[in-house]
Design a binder for this molecule. Structure first.
Ligand code: DSN
Length: 429
């Protein structure tokens, strides 16, 4: 590397230094702009959050916690992390918050390390019925370290079978009961889980990664008052940076913090923590509550429009941002339907529906969510058009070109990040 090029690297932006990556990021933004994004775990983050993520806060090593770091020069890092902690506690009414987990997976693992010994029993909803692999699935570390007992959803209405939860809890006496998950579209009745946990002397954890934004907006009961631990990500309905956090009762604070660092993770990602703080600030606003109300209304409308066009919606609808389509009465597998919809510019993901008889790489379901399209301004009429595009694409004689053009027209009418010049908010101007 010549001295001249080092000067370039010191002063120039990405487009000049690495046009190849800059162009790929630009293309990724254009892909996002041109796709009807219905993947329920995705959203589009705020420009302010993206700016914090790309900031020089990323340069600082700050292993430890505010006031107890392993490096000098952490005064500002302390302020950033404390702000994120305080905002998370205020937003959800929690006694303690740890905002360092790199992801939802590590947030969940940290809870297990804080309160379980290898071989302990956990009682959870399996991935195949709406839970998450990190809730004790055999494919995941949690399933290898702990003894998993699974409760399920009822075959008649696809709602959690709380009687079964209680029976299994009495029989197996789990150390930890887990509620929440990745594909459960209805309200998680955390109070009922608490009663069962108290009856058998178990700890209770809720994974609210999917519906945390609804909780912040008062549209889903807050699990925090009823749980020992609540885990979440910040990048789903909360529309923040990619990352995780844990809320817990004060009595578990020390064990949790030790589990996150030094047991599980290294230095915290300070830029991400700054972005989490911004995300929590926005999530406490009335504007955010309004956004979440539109997320809910759009999910309801999409479910109603699809049902009105003869697609089966699991459990008959949704209480959240997500709905599950049961394809068993059609010719489609989930995998094939996902591919077909992608061909017409609609992104959804295939999913096993509870009690699915098809293998995991085929499945009989689709999971759809409204956070991302709502973020770019889709309203209920737009959701009706989305439903028409989806149903049209699943017809045997579908005109894929014309359906793709309708998706593109919808995306053009609701531009994503219209103020950006290039791929970043801070390139605007
Ligand atoms: N939480 C998963 C999802 O819902 O897509 C990813 O781990």
């Amino acid at each position: 590397m010549t001295a001249e090029s080092l000067d370039l690297y010191r002063s120039a932006g990405l487009a000049e230094v690495d046009p190849e990556i800059a162009s790929l990021i630009e293309r990724e933004l254009e892909r996002q702009r041109g796709t009807i994004e219905l993947i329920a775990s995705e959203s589009f983050s705020w420009p302010g959050v993206l700016e914090a993520l790309g900031s020089t806060a990323a340069n600082k090593y700050a292993s430890g916690y505010p006031g107890k770091r392993h490096y000098p020069g952490c005064e500002i890092a302390d302020e950033i992390e404390q702000l994120a902690i305080d905002r998370a506690k205020t937003l959800f009414g929690a006694e303690h918050a740890n905002v360092q987990p790199y992801a939802g997976t590590t947030a969940n693992e940290a809870v297990y390390l804080a309160c379980l010994e290898p071989g302990d029993t956990i009682l959870s909803l399996p991935f195949a019925q709406g839970g998450h692999p990190t809730h004790g699935d055999e494919s995941n570390l949690s399933g290898k370290l702990y003894n998993t007992v699974s409760y399920g959803v009822r075959r008649d209405n696809f709602l959690i079978d709380y009687d079964q939860v209680r029976t299994l809890a009495l029989e197996h006496r789990p150390r930890l009961i887990i509620c929440g998950g990745s594909a459960y579209p209805r309200i998680v009745e955390v109070e009922r889980f608490r009663e069962i946990a108290d009856e058998v002397g178990a700890l209770l954890m809720c994974d609210m990664a999917h519906f945390a934004g609804l909780v912040a907006a008062g549209l889903h009961p807050n699990p925090v008052p009823h749980c020992d631990f609540v885990t979440s990500t910040t990048h789903k309905t909360l529309a923040g940076p990619r990352g995780g956090f844990v809320l817990c009762r004060a009595e578990h604070a020390r064990a949790l913090d030790e589990a996150v660092f030094p047991v599980l993770q290294g230095g915290p990602l300070l830029d991400t923590i700054a972005a989490k703080a911004t995300c929590f600030e926005i999530a406490g606003s009335e504007a955010f509550a309004g956004y979440q109300r539109r997320v809910r209304a759009n999910a309801d409308r999409l479910a109603a429009e699809l049902a009105g066009r003869d697609l089966d919606i699991l459990s008959g609808g949704t209480d959240s941002h997500m709905l599950l389509v049961d394809l068993r009465s059609t010719e489609w597998t989930g995998a094939d339907a996902e591919k077909r919809l992608h061909e017409v510019g609609v992104a959804v993901n295939e999913i096993a529906i509870p009690h699915d008889e098809r293998p995991a790489d085929e499945t009989s379901g689709l999971r759809l969510g409204s956070p991302a399209v709502t973020m770019r301004g889709f309203d209920q009429e737009d959701m009706a058009e989305v439903a028409a595009i989806i149903v049209g694409a699943l017809r045997a004689d579908a005109d894929l070109n014309s359906l793709h053009a309708r998706s593109a027209a919808l995306c053009a009418r609701r531009p994503l990040y219209p103020g950006f010049r290039g791929y970043c908010s801070f390139l605007a101007g």
